[in-house]
Unconditional design. Sequence first.
Length: 428
Amino acid sequence: MVEVGTLLNIFYHILIMDNKEFYEFKKQLKFLSKIRGRHTELVSVYIPAGYEISKVAAQIKDEQGTATNIKSKGTRKNVLSALERVMQHLRLYKNTPPNGLIIFSGNISEDEGNPKIELYTLNPPEPISVRIYRCDQQFVLDPLLEMIEDKRVFGLIIVERGEASIGLLRGKKVELLKHLTSRVPGKFRAGGQSSVRFARLREIAADDFKDTVGETANEIFLAQPNLEGILIGGGGYTKYEFEEGEYLHHELRKKILGVADTAYTELFGLNELVDKSAGILENLDITKEKDIVTKFLKELIKDDSLAAYGEKEVRKYLEAGAVDTLLLSEGLNKNRIKIKCGSCGNQTEKTETDEELFKLEQQISSIQCENCGNLSLNIEEKVDLLEELADLAQEGSTKVEVISTETEEGSQLLRAFGGIAAIVRYRL
Ligand SMILES: [Zn+2]
């Protein structure tokens, strides 16, 4: 099971993408990941596209029978209610939706004697391939979490004098797509040829081979719209010749991230290349973060600066839909809360640290409403400030960048600018 903390990181990471549907999906996942059953009473049902709904309904019916044997009266009642909700929901479908059907149901109430049976369905961004029925203390989310994992693509080339392997790294998966061998003549000389002439022929053949490797790699890599970079490996000097020469398409040459020494070829060698380049791949994120903060700092000192910072100012720009890039520090540990008066309905919003929020929760019953003076204030909603601002950004099609505090630039963003900054489209 993925930790909620990890999930948050994945969530914020992918927030950077613009796709609204994808964003919604992740938001739902995050919400579901926080739900814990008091007992084993949360039902997860996954149905791949094309699977017969009636078969699933028959299985749920069986499970209803089994559930009648649950000893604890409360749990039994909750599981049966959850299964009944699932059955009702299944009746809405003749066929599974194109990406499959996912249903979660169960008691989400934290109050033992006061159950609240809810049902959630998700529309996954990719087709699901697993069929799952499970009743547990948590909803089964792993197959969906895989969908939002790192999906970056890197090109991989191992090039030796007589052999080359070309593949891709997608997320964490390494694929070998092409293995090439050259017809470079071996070191022993064919009878009757002078050694000088033979060496020359070997050179030409080796060069032809690098051309072939380049052409093959171009074909594969140029077809990848999201190719982030290229890693080159090999045991000998050929990899450097390949890196420096004009074998790859000029657009691809710009994407070369590094060259590593490797001992193997084919899939094993490609994996070795990825392992040896771990530092390079890690640095990519850090470099990107540094670049964004630096861009903001440069903007800040310009005469007609398009930089804004601090929660209040940035919020103003976000509400106007005028933010191009929003920078949020990962270290921003604050909450956005909505307070509502039960008497007059007056609503206020404020930002509080965890400690301030804790204090407020203790004291809220003794705080007067600033509108009517009654003691009936309630905390209606509390959300992570980072999340709330990112949500606001999504409405204005703003790019959201979550910046770690691991770099000097990143900690400066938190220290000097309160962890909230923006590059705006125009001044208000
Ligand atoms: Zn009031």
